[in-house]
Design a protein around this ligand. Structure first.
Ligand code: C2E
Ligand code: CA
Ligand code: CA
Ligand code: CA
Length: 278
């Protein structure tokens, strides 16, 4: 029992010990995951709502542990961020994703954009721009086929963020704001940051036909994006009704289980040859 202030006692229960050691085990596992080759990327199509064309894919990280099985990013990404391991892991993701995109081009498929999630910590590294440049050079991927998905939390350190974003933009890379509308930042950053695309969070998309307020929020985000000359993509699109609403509202792109779940690279061959109905 640990004394905490005057009347408050904090008890360490067996359950808490279990949680702590589970987390430590996970961290140790995560430290070895890169060298042991336990990470894989899966890819989820991003579709032009107007034409049904495949415009890009988002790379999503998967961790398959030999004993524990598949561990969800929701579980290990926060830990990777906490421990700083997201920096080397994120670099691996970027390299792997760029290499894969180049490979598809070499196989003769029409070029698409590869969207890669970037953690704030990764973005804040002083050598981040150099790392991206090095990876593009090594993989010989044209920067116009790379998109970085950033979250609103990077805006906090705004001076570094603005110059980093301009450096990336000058290389020709696309920048998008992920989970748009779920952060707490003011909207004014939209005029100072060189952003191309807003990604409407799936919590809004999901409720378009359930909650009128979510529908209003989605239309408002789409309208605002159009007025600011930004592209807008809705994520988490699962039904034809949701897609129809987005089409009416003139949302540019959509991503979600309605089109495809995130899939391994080998299964993309089929997606490349498919025209998505619209
Ligand atoms: P996110 O970037 O917002 O990615 C979208 C998540 O929604 C993915 O979960 C995707 O599989 C899931 N999703 C896609 N379409 C649908 C749909 O129609 N319905 C529903 N219910 N879900 C859908 P996932 O792959 O589990 O990733 C979770 C989060 O982990 C991501 O959220 C992202 O924040 C993070 N993450 C994943 N890969 C990476 C990575 O390589 N680097 C970093 N920094 N974070 C990553
Ligand atoms: Ca994302
Ligand atoms: Ca998202
Ligand atoms: Ca999310």
């Amino acid at each position: 029992v640990k004394e905490q202030g005057k009347n408050n006692f904090e008890f360490y229960t067996p359950e808490m010990n279990e949680t702590i050691s589970k987390k430590m085990k996970l961290e140790l596992g995560l430290r070895k995951a890169l060298v042991n080759n336990e990470f894989k990327l899966v890819y989820q199509p991003q579709i032009d709502i107007g034409t049904g064309k495949l415009l890009g894919v988002e790379a999503l990280l998967r961790w398959h542990h030999p004993e524990w099985g598949t561990i969800s990013p929701a579980e290990f990404i926060p830990l990777a961020e906490e421990t700083g391991l997201i920096v080397p892991i994120g670099e691996w993701v970027l390299y792997k994703a760029c290499m894969q995109n180049k490979e598809w081009q070499n196989e003769g498929y029409s070029p698409i954009r590869m969207a890669v999630n970037i953690s704030s910590l990764q973005f804040q590294q002083s050598n981040f721009v150099e790392t991206v440049r090095k990876i593009l050079k090594e993989t010989e991927l044209d920067p116009i086929y790379l998109e970085l998905e950033l979250t609103e939390s990077i805006i906090q350190d705004s001076k570094h963020a603005v110059s980093t974003m301009h450096n990336l933009k000058n290389m020709g890379i696309y920048l998008s704001i992920d989970d748009f509308g779920t952060g707490y930042s003011s909207l004014s950053y939209l005029k100072t940051f060189p952003i191309d695309t807003l990604k409407i969070d799936q919590t809004f998309t999901r409720n378009i036909y359930i909650d009128q307020k979510d529908a209003s929020l989605v239309s408002t985000i789409i309208n605002m994006a159009q007025n600011l000359d930004l592209k807008v993509i809705a994520e988490g699109v699962e039904t034809a009704e949701q897609l129809q609403f987005l089409q009416q509202e003139r949302c540019n792109e959509a991503q979600g289980y309605f089109f495809s779940r995130p899939i391994p690279a080998q299964e993309m061959n089929y997606i490349f040859q498919q025209q998505f109905a619209n």
